[in-house]
Design a protein around this ligand. Sequence first.
Ligand code: S3P
Length: 440
Amino acid sequence: MSSSNLLNIRPTGPFSADLTVPGDKSISHRAVIIAGLANGPCRIRNYLPSEDCLNTLRAMERLGVSCEYAETNQDGPMEVMVHGTSMGLSSPSSTIDCGNSGTGMRLLAGILAGQKFESTLTGDDSLCSRPMGRIIKPLERMGAQLEARGKTEGCAPLVFQGRALNSIHYIMPVASAQVKSAVLLAGLFAQGRTTVEQPSETRDHTERMLSDFGIQLGFEGNKISIEGGQIPEATNLDVPGDISSAAFWLVAAAAREKSRVKIRKVGLNPTRTAVLNVLLRMGAKIKETATSGGEGEPTGDLEVHGSELHGTDISGKEIPNLIDEIPILAVAGALARGTMTIRDAGELRVKESDRIRTVVDNLQAMGANVTEHDDGMTIEGGANLHGASLDCFGDHRIAMAFSIAGLFAEGETVILNTECIATSYPGFEEDLRKAGGIRP
Ligand code: S3P
């Protein structure tokens, strides 16, 4: 990021860009965790060298997994050879810091609960105020002994004593891929068959990746089962580009006539592509070309041409499959004609920031017409946005969503404290420059 930790965004006209976005964050976390448990070396290509994923990589190293960095760029390793431990992790000498990453902490909690050693997970102020009760409850039911020692009840630091786990049948009260994954990973270390039942579909990267590593899973409707004691068989993985990072450019191009953006090698897992469905409903012109499918993660190219967008309703079962894209979709709503409503999205309040509050505040600061609800917001599109000085509340997706809003605003938009962007999208500033949003 820029050394001054702020971005000065200027309004742009139509732009044309060919981009590849960095590796998928959700898949990168899972890749290093599951490879670290495998029975041999695994090469991970296009690993996301962002702060969140580097923290998970370091965490696995602290747990005794040796990693060679085969290729690095200025941000960190992009190709990692992970030497799996055959489920034989070792005791870390001190606290493991997950930084800003809820995914890192909740997935690591799943594997630490069933170890023979003690361990502690901590994170930054934002992470230490996010709810961990949602993983503590099922893990305790499995026999885990862990304590949440945060200032707020149910929050990190999490201290694990390490216990033998038993299997459970867990009906998840929240549709959360992180909770599902924590229970499935704990189930790998438990005795017997563990089943998780999700209230609605959530991203399925953990299931796909465990299958890639030869782990037998059972699927029945919304239930997924795993038999404990299986050892992942070493394999190599290619991480596709992150559709959540691509979403910023999809909206930037879709909302401006004569703009065009092509994004290559993006993950097109159907549990992550609801953002495309919403943009199509809004009138966006999107061409999708699959480049690989079948087993593992579907990947392809996306090309978007600008057009006039109109509002739409986003709610219900669609929400978990576009939860991370709501800030940028709300920006699209402000740029569109008509009304956009977002409901059933109360989970946004417990992300890296309270994303209902922070999106509403920033949209209002730019002159948009938006009303806050407990579980979402209503945006009356079409108001002329003006530049403003905006905080991103330490939240990477807020920083990037409002950088894109700045491209459409009159006057200059200043995004403050942009260092958080590095948690998921190193290189965002460079791509913004390519799109003409900051001076070369
Ligand atoms: C993630 C799941 C989502 C998402 C997060 C990444 C994952 O969270 O918001 O950015 O990789 O499993 P929840 O599972 O808590 O909804």
